[in-house]
Unconditional design. Structure first.
Length: 95
């Protein structure tokens, strides 16, 4: 099944603030890993988050993390966060 990928406004801002090579990496990773099997966890690449109901999943792309939810054939990318800012972001946004 092919999932539609939607970016939240915060994710769009995060994406635009990245350097060109990081944008290309994130775009490729989202397309490769989230388009067809976004809920399938894989080693260290995709993890289902515990202790929070939103966001549901995290995709690792180098030193960046893509946080997203999966619902009814849609992947909603909530944010793209640097590794060292994860705890602050989850504390502010995680539910």
């Amino acid at each position: 099944m092919r999932y539609e990928i939607l970016l939240a406004p915060e994710a769009v801002e995060d994406f635009r603030s990245l350097k060109a090579n990081a944008r290309a990496e994130v775009r490729d990773a989202i397309e490769r890993h989230l388009r067809y099997q976004p809920a399938e966890t894989s080693g260290s690449r995709i993890k289902r988050l515990r202790g929070v109901s939103k966001p549901q999943f995290r995709l690792r792309v180098g030193d960046l993390r893509v946080f997203y939810d999966v619902d009814d054939g849609e992947v909603r990318v909530l944010a793209i966060v640097a590794k060292d800012e994860i705890q602050e972001w989850l504390g502010r946004v995680g539910k």
